[in-house]
Ligand binder design. Structure first.
Ligand code: NAD
Length: 482
């Protein structure tokens, strides 16, 4: 049987479900096809972010942070507890409940907005036609005026460490350990490696991160990356830079441990772990989504080629989120989903790709937007730097959480804010006020002239902005760079 729609969205991750809801809100008859099955073999919406990404990792990060607070920091507040223990299956069970609540929530949003959720694996077979294969092997055809591909991404496997989801796991397996591994290896000091490494290190694992690159967090402002390295080392994360993994051997006794071979400056090394997380990046998932006859172009890395408005080379076919160029971030995909929906309705919506915030949800968090010092220097832009350490924030001291700093970069001639880089508690939320300011082309002085509630962590942003113009009240530091 053939069903007819105005819009068919493939994938219900953040890019896809948001695109589908916005399309339906704008009056399009919309379907969203999803193939994701949960542990009970039931179709669930939400894609990687809700099922095995952003949300479950944050649930574990929050649980493990509370554990560290209770174990190591409550005493500073005069709170004494007996022996603090973590029930790992209970922690993982709570994470599963959070995931379940949110994926069910999308089902509810689809119903409220009259989006048809369709279970199965979708393939674009023509610019106006999608074939959906159900779990039972039954196929149905959907006719669509417009198709939005939001099929997401999958973890990259590397031949030296084949995933078995027992001893060698990817980011999905690392969310479901039922006990704290004594020795945990992590390959890749990227966002996933640091977040998941932090979870298990907080609970007592001896964590070693093997990173092929010599530079730590190359996309992050150097001053913040250095500060982050210091803090993570203090927290007990062992970060081995310039360590390229070349092989692995599971132990003979039931594969309960793995010995990893890697090369570093000193030559070939070996280290044995009880669990190994492979977090070396993700790749776009496009292989079974597009029939080659449709003619949608991919780039050399397998991303679907799109223009600034997420249109592919084939009229009527769009692609958003992790399957297209740009950072693999849920919020970037969501905004692309909204943009495509609104453009289909004749609006002129455009994502501002210059202002995509990035966050690493370690403790402290690392968050940034716009340009960093190194980029501005390379571009020959003259700029002022205002910094403010949380150690000088009354609110951070009161909370006993003083690691980190705010760094704000402003154009030396116009004072327009060019970037903001924060490492500290609640950095993601603090950064957002600067993202808004930058969206309105604000100057550092605009933030300086704004009244901030006292005492609050956000005052550190105020002080960094004042510091950029050389008149911080409390400590802030200004440098001029040309
Ligand atoms: P990543 O690209 O951030 O980091 C992977 C790291 O692995 C790199 O530093 C790379 O040099 C290293 N590496 C690659 N091969 C190696 C080898 N053989 N030996 C040692 N090191 C090696 O990738 P990720 O952390 O897997 O994350 C994947 C994607 O998911 C990213 O695009 C990220 O933005 C996204 N993500 C975002 C968040 C967030 O926003 N908080 C959280 C999780 C994931």
């Amino acid at each position: 049987m053939t069903k007819q729609y105005d819009v068919v969205v493939i994938g219900s991750g953040p890019a896809g479900y948001v695109a589908a809801i916005r399309c339906a809100q704008l009056g399009f008859k919309t379907a969203c096809v999803e193939k994701w099955l949960n542990k009970e073999n039931k179709t669930v919406y939400g894609g990687t972010c809700l099922n095995v990404g952003c949300i479950p990792s944050k649930a574990l990060l929050d649980s493990s942070h509370k554990f560290v607070e209770a174990q190591s920091h409550f005493s500073a507040h005069g709170i004494s507890l007996g022996k603090v223990a973590m029930d790992v299956p209970a922690m993982v069970g709570r994470k599963d409940k959070v995931v379940d609540q949110l994926t069910q929530g999308i089902k509810g949003l689809f119903a409220a907005n009259k989006v048809d959720g369709i279970a199965g694996s979708a393939k674009v077979v023509a610019s106006d036609r999608v074939v959906v294969s159900g779990q039972d092997g039954v196929q149905e055809e959907l006719l669509a005026k417009h198709i939005i591909i939001a099929a997401g991404s999958v973890p990259i496997d590397i031949p030296p460490t084949p995933i078995d989801q027992e001893t060698i796991v990817d980011s999905t397996g690392a969310l479901d350990f039922q006990a704290v591994p004594k020795r945990l290896g992590v390959i890749g000091a990227g966002v996933i490696g640091l977040e998941l490494g932090s979870v298990w290190a907080r609970l007592g694992a001896k964590v070693t991160v093997l990173e092929a690159l010599d530079d730590f967090l190359p996309a992050v402002d150097r001053q913040l990356a250095k500060e982050a390295m210091k803090i993570f080392n203090k927290q007990g994360l062992e970060l081995k830079m310039g360590a390229r993994v070349t092989g692995s051997t599971l132990s003979k006794a039931g594969g309960k441990s793995v010995t990893v071979k890697y090369t570093d400056q000193e030559g070939e090394q070996k280290q044995t772990f009880d669990k190994l997380i492979v977090a070396v990046g993700r790749r776009p998932f496009t292989e079974s989504v597009l029939d080659a006859s449709v003619g949608v172009e991919l780039d050399e890395r397998g991303f679907i080629k799109v223009n600034e408005q997420c249109a592919t080379n084939i009229a009527g076919v769009y692609a958003v989120g992790d399957v297209v160029r740009g950072p693999m971030l849920a919020h970037k995909g969501m905004e692309e989903g909204v943009m495509v929906a609104e453009r289909l309705a004749g609006k002129k919506t455009q994502v501002n790709y210059a202002l995509v915030p990035s966050v690493i949800y370690t403790h402290p968090e690392i968050a940034w937007v716009g340009k960093n010092e190194e980029q501005l220097k390379a571009e020959g832009v003259a700029f002022n730097v205002g910094t403010f350490p949380f150690a000088a924030s009354g609110r951070a001291l009161a909370a006993n959480d003083t690691d980190g700093l705010v760094k704000l970069l402003a154009d030396a001639k116009t004072d327009r804010i060019l970037g903001c880089h924060i490492i500290g508690a609640s950095a993601a939320d603090l950064l957002q006020q600067v993202v808004i300011a930058m969206e309105f082309s604000a100057s550092a002085e605009d933030i300086g002239l704004t009244m901030f509630a006292h005492p609050a962590l956000s005052e550190a942003v105020h002080e960094a902005a004042l510091a950029a113009n050389g008149h911080a009240i409390h400590i802030g530091n200004r440098k001029r760079r040309t």
